[in-house]
Design a protein around this ligand. Structure first.
Ligand code: OXD
Length: 302
């Protein structure tokens, strides 16, 4: 690798500022080049390493020397663009604190629903003091995706008394697993196989009153089907930290569906120090010709 070649940074400057500071603290001499549309082909031709979140359209074809794409996030779906040359290695961030934070969000949303909090919030607004019978929450939770994040969600939920099972692509038919789930937590990667997986048929396979928590990718959910399943009363609702279109537009129909809770992709972010340390360890491995940590299998998409 050419030691003078800068690292191309593909992220909004404001959002990337903490990561840039963390890299500067750990590797003061490393040159980071923020992407801008004005970069010329001669500059791009020298780029061997990209660090970022998503490829701007057409950029990958302008990087003939590219060897490694490092995601500053857990998911790589926005970096695995079809025009990425086959030999380019891709890796992602694996941050145990991010997994813990996401699992805490999942616990919050599952407990809130399981303990009937939305009912009491509505009652307070109406000044109604009415008690409803409520057993301890021991509901059955199915976690879709049993990687670092899915397992951490399962661990915390099981510790609270929920009955947890995990589903991955070799576990057997998804709809059979959904049939038993009072809560479904989506922690899958977004790949061509998982896109649109949660559609009308999947929602129909869930028992009446089931609840969805999505901390993975909005692209898994066929949103009009979800809205229909909730509005028909089949599903109790959904907590969506991710949506098909982010940022959501003001006229997105998800906003106003009773039973849907929206948060703006905040379940947990990876820590800049961890991303910086993992990126620098990857860079060292690349320079030494060693295997990259947290490498993604491009044929599987995660
Ligand atoms: C993600 C992340 O992949 O925030 O969504 O890390």
């Amino acid at each position: 690798m050419n030691p003078t070649s800068p690292i191309l940074l593909l992220a909004e400057p404001a959002a990337a500022a903490p990561l840039v500071a963390a890299i500067a603290a750990q590797a003061p001499d490393l040159k980071l080049l923020p992407f801008s549309r004005s970069l010329d082909d001669a500059t791009l031709a020298g780029i061997e390493v990209v660090l970022g979140w998503r490829f701007p359209p057409g950029l990958a074809t302008r990087l003939p020397a590219l060897r490694w794409v490092c995601a500053m996030a857990a998911g790589v779906d926005k970096l695995l663009v079809p025009e990425l040359a086959p030999g380019v290695a891709v890796s992602r961030t694996v941050d145990p604190d991010q997994a813990l934070g996401i699992a805490q969000y999942v616990v919050l949303m599952v407990l809130r629903q399981a303990r009937g909090l939305p009912v009491y919030v509505a009652q307070q607004q109406a000044r109604q003091w009415i008690r409803h019978p409520m057993a301890a929450a021991r509901s059955r939770v199915l976690v879709l995706g049993w990687g670092e994040i899915g397992r951490e969600c399962g661990r915390l939920l099981a510790a609270l008394g929920f009955s947890v099972s995990g589903w991955r692509r070799d576990s057997g038919p998804l709809h059979d697993a959904l049939a038993d789930a009072e809560f479904v937590v989506d922690a899958l990667p977004l790949t061509p196989q998982t896109e649109g997986l949660l559609d009308a048929a999947a929602f129909a396979a869930m028992p009446r009153g089931a609840y969805l928590v999505n901390i993975a990718r909005g692209g898994h959910v066929v949103e009009p089907d979800l809205i229909a399943a909730i509005e028909s009363g089949h599903l109790a609702g959904a907590a969506l930290d991710v949506q098909a279109v982010e940022p959501m537009t003001a006229d997105d129909p998800l906003w106003t569906v009773p039973g849907i809770s929206i948060t703006p992709h905040i379940a947990a972010q990876s820590s800049p120090d961890t991303v910086a340390a993992q990126f620098l360890a990857g860079l060292k491995a690349l320079q030494a010709g060693q295997p990259l940590p947290n490498a993604v299998d491009r044929s599987r998409g995660y």
